[in-house]
Design a protein around this ligand. Structure first.
Ligand code: HEM
Length: 419
């Protein structure tokens, strides 16, 4: 088997699943050479991946958490941006940032998420024929912009520049876009320090984090706030849209599963959300650097070696998931690693689940059907991966659903006027 997981075209063709399956069966701890780099280990079995995620003593994130990152850019934010930090900085930062994503906080967000999803889907149904990615990308972007109380006039620009920062044509375009986002948040932090509110940015600007010195705390610096706002924006926008659009494609391609979900209704949604997450796995891999000699699956890993953990492979591991290659909306248990595991477990996992649940419930409630107008296209990336384009026709809703949807609009309006 020819293994080249740095070949972006393999991902654009949605052709990498067979390579990962072969690795799981034949070479689960595989040394991957690179023409222009030192090479890296590819870990493809579920148990090895989870064990490595949990082994914080042996594996570091501060030297980068994905293949292809720019070492200078990583070192500029390491130990200040959550995702490329190790303890104690990581623990101190996460304690502060996680407060905004707790279950209690998200209860306040639920209505807002539902309103965004309802508006976006209603617009999509009204236009009937569309590239569904245009709708899917609005959901996480609008939610995260509301969370940060970003002026409405900046939402689209911020959404587009995040895409540019990850998918821009070359290094120069990507780093210019990152620079613009950083500048935007630096100005926003200064503004919120002057006029604080109850939004995410104002709140973390008020927070204190522990220092390495016992008993001492200090406020987050403007730079820490700006880089972590950037991290939250990117974490939200570069992933959730792939699960929303990928979930719709999975339902179109598995009509019996769509019927099963519709028949079971809202109570079936939480399991369907997890299956959409397992299936679409928008963060395909994560990278760690070995801090000490360690063994994975009996293979010796040396200090300084880069180790890649393939979430996409773990989620299809037959030793953990029966019928792993089938999309089954009622699947249970479903211990996928779409959000990673261990101390870097996704900060926005609850929010992403909330958005997906609102999306599936709205899809059931509005009663539309979808059909493909053209072949879906996928991103040419081995890191955040998913649908680049999903041309669909939305048909319906049936008169029965139109009546139900009007009733639920009335209920929503009366809840909003009560609140
Ligand atoms: C389907 C949607 C999402 C997926 C698949 C996803 C995936 C992931 C994964 C795999 C990690 C761990 C990376 C590692 O171990 O190195 C992670 C971390 C993170 N995610 Fe998400 N994410 C999603 C949604 C979100 C959302 C909605 C937000 C913010 C609102 C977010 C913010 C973050 C942040 C800040 C981290 C760093 C956490 C840490 O290092 O402790 N993500 N995400």
């Amino acid at each position: 088997m020819r293994v080249n997981l740095t070949d972006r075209e393999l991902f654009a063709r949605n052709d990498f699943w067979g390579v990962l399956a072969w690795l799981r069966d034949n070479d689960p701890v595989y040394w991957h050479a690179e023409p222009d780099g030192p090479g890296f280990w590819v870990i493809s079995r579920y148990d090895d991946i989870v064990r490595s995620y949990l082994d914080h003593e042996s594996f570091s994130s501060r030297y980068g958490m994905r293949l292809g990152s720019n070492p200078a850019a990583v070192s500029a934010v390491a130990q200040r941006m959550l995702i490329v930090s190790d303890p104690p900085s990581h623990t101190q930062l996460k304690r502060v940032l996680a407060k905004a994503f707790s279950t209690a906080e998200l209860a306040h967000l639920e209505q807002l998420v539902r309103t965004v999803v309802h508006t976006v889907l209603a617009d999509a149904v009204a236009s009937a024929e569309l590239d569904f990615l245009d709708a899917a990308k609005r959901i996480p972007n609008y939610v995260v912009c509301m969370l940060m109380d970003i002026p409405r006039s900046d939402w689209e620009w911020l959404g587009d520049i995040t895409v540019e920062a990850f998918e821009g044509a070359d290094d120069q375009a990507r780093s210019t876009a990152h620079g613009e986002i950083f500048l935007y948040f630096t100005e926003l932090v200064a503004e919120r320090r002057k006029n604080p509110g109850e939004d995410f940015v104002s709140r973390i600007a008020r927070e204190h984090k522990a220092t390495d010195f016992p008993g001492q705390c200090h406020p987050l610096s403007d730079e820490e706030i700006a880089v972590n706002c950037n991290g939250v924006l990117a974490g939200a926008n570069e992933t959730t849209r792939y699960s929303i659009a990928g979930g719709l494609l999975a339902l179109i391609e598995n009509p019996e599963q769509w019927a099963a979900l519709r028949n079971a209704g809202a109570p079936a949604v939480p399991r369907a959300v997890d299956e959409v997450l397992r299936w679409t796995v928008p963060a395909v891999h994560a990278l760690r650097t070995a801090l000490r000699p360690v063994r994975i699956g009996g293979v010796r890993i040396a200090v300084g070696d880069r180790v890649t953990l393939w979430n996409a492979s773990a989620n299809r591991d037959e030793s953990v998931f029966a019928d792993a290659g089938r999309f089954l909306v009622h699947r249970f248990p479903n211990r996928h690693v779409t959000f990673g595991a261990g101390r870097h477990l996704c900060l926005g996992a609850r929010l992403a689940r909330l958005e997906l649940a609102a999306f599936l419930e709205e899809l059931i409630e509005c009663g539309v059907d979808a059909e493909l107008l053209d072949a879906p296209r996928f991103t040419a990336s081995n890191f955040t991966w998913g649908l680049r384009s999903l041309p669909v026709r939305l048909v319906g809703p049936t008169p029965r659903h139109r009546r139900r949807s009007r009733q639920s609009d009335d209920r929503r309006r009366s809840r909003q006027s009560d609140g």
